[in-house]
Design a protein around this ligand. Structure first.
Ligand SMILES: [Zn+2]
Length: 85
């Protein structure tokens, strides 16, 4: 995105940020296509060991969070591969 989007309520330029995942270490959220599916076959397996969501690293997009400085509204955009400008 070459220029920041404008807030649909206030019509002012929004500020770029990101949504960190705080689970032991700080990670950056990404967008993944499709509904989440698990690699585990049964509910018993899922309850015994949570996690195991199918993940295609080559299909994710960076998730940019733009915030309105006036009203605080946040909008998420997934337009580019992670690590690209
Ligand atoms: Zn606003």
């Amino acid at each position: 995105m070459n220029s920041p989007p404008s807030c649909i309520r206030c019509d002012v330029a929004m500020e770029l940020g990101f949504v960190p995942e705080l689970s032991g270490q700080v990670m950056v959220s990404v967008w993944h296509p499709g509904a989440p599916t698990t690699v585990k076959q049964s509910w018993a397996e899922r309850l015994a060991s949570p996690g195991g969501i199918r993940f295609a690293a080559d299909e994710v997009l960076a998730l940019d969070a733009y915030r309105c400085p006036d009203c605080g509204r946040v909008e998420l955009f997934a337009l580019r591969p992670p690590g690209s400008p």
